[in-house]
Design a protein around this ligand. Structure first.
Ligand code: FEO
Length: 397
């Protein structure tokens, strides 16, 4: 396996995980990459490693351009295992003179790897002299872990951003301009929604901080997906847009159903929204994945949730998706609940409470149907759709 040159003295030496379909609960329909970068400076430096099982792939790529024992420095920009899993093996095999991470990175790497080697902390503004070039660091706490950090290679003008600005996309094409924009827009959006979303306020502040630093990198090199070279700031602008979470005239209906009653209600609700001109996504948790639901919610304006009642509780698939959505803290949503029950309708009302806990502005009490909804009940659902649409239009106008 060969390293791929991305600038005069920098090579991509990462790995492609073509068949990954589940990244700790995030459905990665198109696989992913674990990007690592080798800087052939006077002091050869490796920026990040890969997931443990992909170490042989990274090693082979490094060997195609350099004897790995010549690597003097390893930078760990993020402690999560998809980037640090191969660190201990790399240190054992390469014997670098220094391993660096952020202050929180040292703490988290020690707790995860229990290393027998020293990891030196660096903080924002610190620089490491590589001889023929210089690496400087920008801590990016909570983007998306406390240890997250960016590294900037000054002469070659490359910003190594780890998870930030990346996406889960397995591709043999290493640069933005070689990849299909319709695909990467979808995957960049999905990555933000599933990984970065809860930290949107931090993203906004961080983008301002980076702008103040006056960095204008020629390449933005994240650790997942491809490298941004044609228009590195396109993804920065997209992040600013994602972080704002400006609501649009779009509603997402998330539900599950036992015998079709809650689904009938969802369909009537969707019809009411459509009649009033609001875009609708109607997602049954019987077939949809939680990570696709949150992706649809990014930039939507309304969340409507429906459940049947099972064992005096909400349906398990709804508990799953609502727990996931709550953790990702989407903002600026209005919403309501609906659902069918047999003899205890309280669990449907509990969905309203869950929405409130998530910060969703409730536009109506839950619409509940005793068993199968009749025409009057379906009309009630349709009317709720129209009401949500009207409130949404007022909100975004
Ligand atoms: Fe790609 Fe947070 O790890």
């Amino acid at each position: 396996m060969q390293a791929i040159q991305i600038s005069p003295n920098v090579y991509w030496v990462g790995a492609i995980d073509w068949n990954l379909r589940d990244f700790h609960g995030y459905a990665t329909h198109r696989g992913t990459t674990y990007n690592a970068y080798l800087i052939l400076a006077d002091k050869p430096t490796l920026v990040d490693t890969v997931k443990k099982e992909f170490y042989p792939q990274m090693l082979e790529r490094i060997q195609s351009v350099l004897d790995p024992k010549k690597i003097e420095i390893i930078i760990s920009n993020h402690a999560e295992m998809d980037h640090s899993g191969a660190l201990s093996q790399a240190v054992a095999d390469f014997s670098p003179s220094q391993v660096y991470a952020s202050v929180m990175g040292v703490k988290n790497l020690v707790a995860q790897l229990h290393p027998s080697f020293e990891i030196k902390p660096v903080k924002t503004g610190d620089k490491i002299d590589l001889g023929s070039d210089t690496l400087s660091f920008v801590e990016a706490r909570m983007l998306h872990w406390p240890d997250s950090m960016l590294a900037y290679l000054e002469k070659e003008n490359i910003l190594f951003t780890n998870d930030v600005f990346g996406m889960h996309l397995a591709t043999s094409k290493l640069f933005d301009d070689e990849n299909d924009e319709s695909i990467w827009l979808e995957e960049a959006r999905k990555y933000y929604a599933n990984i970065i979303l809860p930290y949107s306020d931090i993203v906004t502040r961080f983008l301002g901080q980076v702008q103040q630093m006056g960095l204008t990198p020629q390449l933005i090199a994240p650790d997942h997906g491809f490298i941004w070279r044609k228009d590195p700031f396109k993804i920065v602008e997209l992040y600013a847009q994602f972080a704002a979470q400006k609501p649009t005239d779009k509603a997402v209906i998330v539900y599950d159903t036992m015998w079709g009653s809650t689904e009938k209600m969802a369909c009537a609700l969707a019809d009411g929204l459509r009649q009033n001109g609001t875009e609708v996504k109607q997602l049954s948790m019987h077939v949809c994945h939680r990570s696709d639901v949150i992706t649809e919610l990014l930039g939507a304006g309304a969340l409507l949730v429906g459940t049947p009642v099972l064992n005096s509780n909400i349906f398990p698939a709804m508990a799953d998706v609502l727990c996931y959505i709550k953790g990702l803290k989407p903002k600026n949503l209005i919403g309501a609940a609906f659902g069918s029950y047999g003899w205890n309708g309280a669990p449907v009302d509990s969905l309203t409470k869950l929405l409130e806990e998530m910060g969703v502005e409730i536009v109506s009490p839950a619409v509940k149907s005793l068993f199968v909804p009749d025409e009057a009940k379906l009309q009630e659902c349709e009317n709720l759709g129209k009401l949500v649409s009207q409130k949404l239009k007022e909100k975004i106008s």
